[in-house]
Design a protein around this ligand. Structure first.
Ligand code: CMC
Length: 421
């Protein structure tokens, strides 16, 4: 069978045949038929907007790989910073490369004092930390002369290192401000996840628990990239205009903020708390089926089987609960999962727990307030955004993003003076 597709325009009888490669054919086929013909594809359900060699995702079979490495193996054996190197460079680092990379990140964790003293002080005392984080990422770019020099590989590298190194610092700064606590400076003797936990929680003789440090690192690994999701697409769209990476990352973080994307983990915990007790689970499921709302943390645009990240997070949750004590909402979550997975409404629509279903429970058990959950997603996703941004800038197929529309408004008509309307 030929690996081609033939499309006929029945209006003209014109036919075009183009190759299918890896299940994809070029949209230029449509333009060949008629330069004024467009494909209507809201939300990009059937559109591959780029070629990418970073992350492979098979939603039907629940497979997620970074640069070919299964997420399960990376979560078990790797660290977030090693994974970050892998995502950015395509290969796992040698021991020497890893040591240089970790050193580089570790020595860029500090932020300009003005960020802490003047920028953050401008927020209202109860500002949402994610709103602050989005703004802080954009503001960070204004501190660096080379932020806009995106054609210069050295400047690009500097921006990548800064954004990865400083995002935990900004996140902790936003949290400490929101609860009125003094800022903790980064500690260069700590690992990436331990430094973040230390900046978050250190008061007096606080010491990071190794099991929580590892759990944080695993959560960072699981959230590091997820190919062309809403946030990464925002990064690519804004990056395609050659905006600086700080502004593009702020746009990506804004997309992540929404409750259907990275805001879902926050919504899950609120939902579980609203359900309140296990005996309310069936009534809640019935209300979802009746259209009263969604079962947050369930369903995914691409995964139509179990989200592999959810399985890893579920088991990581038990490691965390051994240290922190069980989150009382866990039993409701388990009952909800069991009920939904045996209900035809969810089974027929292939709705399974996604990454957000259990992550919020871990975050809550570790002491993070609900408002910080999306920030905890944004910190590690920064590297995914940057890997895609770098790939975009090196892709000669890419131009400024500019989709077309299907105009459904009025035809031309004459202006009517206000007195005559
Ligand atoms: N609860 C109840 N019904 C659902 C849910 C849900 N969580 N998700 C989808 N459906 C139903 C939906 O009503 C529709 O039913 P019908 O065919 O009868 O109209 C069908 O399933 C298909 O839904 P869809 O909205 O067309 O699916 P989508 O691919 O556009 O949406 C989603 C994907 C993640 C936005 C959606 O499943 C959802 O809203 N989930 C809850 C929010 C959530 O957990 N988001 C986190 C996603 S994972 C982290 C990330 O990548 O950001």
């Amino acid at each position: 069978m030929p690996d081609t597709i033939t499309i006929t325009d029945d209006r003209t009888g014109k036919t075009v045949t183009v190759p299918i490669t890896d299940g994809v054919f070029p949209s230029s086929a449509i333009r060949e038929l008629d330069p004024n013909l467009y494909v209507y594809d809201p939300a990009y359900l059937s559109t591959a907007s780029c070629r990418s060699s970073i992350t492979y995702l098979d939603g039907d079979n629940g497979i997620l790989r970074y640069r070919g490495y299964p997420i399960e193996q990376l979560a078990e054996h790797s660290t977030y910073l090693e994974v970050a190197y892998l995502l950015l460079n395509g290969e796992l680092p040698t021991a020497e490369q890893l040591s240089i990379w970790v050193d580089d990140i570790t020595h860029h964790t500090f932020i300009h004092e003005n960020m802490r003293k003047r920028f953050v002080d401008g927020f209202h005392y109860d500002a949402h930390p994610m709103g602050m984080f989005v703004s802080a990422i954009a503001a960070l770019g204004t501190f660096y002369e080379d932020a806009k020099a995106i054609g210069d590989p050295d400047a690009r590298h500097n921006s990548i290192v800064r954004l990865i190194a400083k995002s935990p610092t900004l996140a902790a700064m936003c949290y400490r401000f929101s609860v009125g606590l003094p800022f903790n400076y980064p500690d260069n003797d700590l690992t990436y996840p331990a430094n973040f936990l230390n900046m978050m929680w250190k008061i007096g003789d606080y010491e990071v628990h190794p099991a929580l440090e590892r759990a944080m690192d695993v959560l960072f690994i699981l959230h590091a990239d997820h190919e062309q999701n809403c946030g990464t697409t925002a990064m690519r769209v804004v990056g395609s205009s050659q905006a600086d990476p700080y502004s593009a990352a702020a746009a990506a973080a804004s997309a992540l903020y929404g409750p259907l994307h990275g805001g879902a983990n926050e919504a899950v915990v609120r939902m579980l708390a609203d359900i309140g007790t296990i005996d309310q689970v069936p009534a809640f499921i019935d209300s979802v089926k009746a259209g009263a709302g969604r079962l947050m943390g369930f369903g995914h645009r691409v995964y139509k089987n179990y989200d592999p990240r959810a399985a890893i997070i579920k088991s990581a949750a038990y490691d965390v609960f051994e240290v922190t004590g069980k989150n009382p909402l866990l039993d409701i979550a388990l009952a909800l999962e069991e009920t939904a997975l045996s209900d035809p409404y969810f089974v027929d629509r292939r709705l399974y727990p996604n990454v957000d279903f259990y992550s919020g429970l871990i975050y809550q058990a570790m002491g993070f307030p609900i408002e910080m959950f999306t920030v905890l997603f944004a910190i590690p996703r920064t590297v995914g955004w940057l890997a895609h941004w770098d790939e975009l800038l090196n892709d000669s197929d890419q131009k400024i993003s500019r989709p077309r529309q299907w105009y459904t408004g009025e035809a031309e008509r004459d202006y009517i003076a206000v007195a005559d309307r």
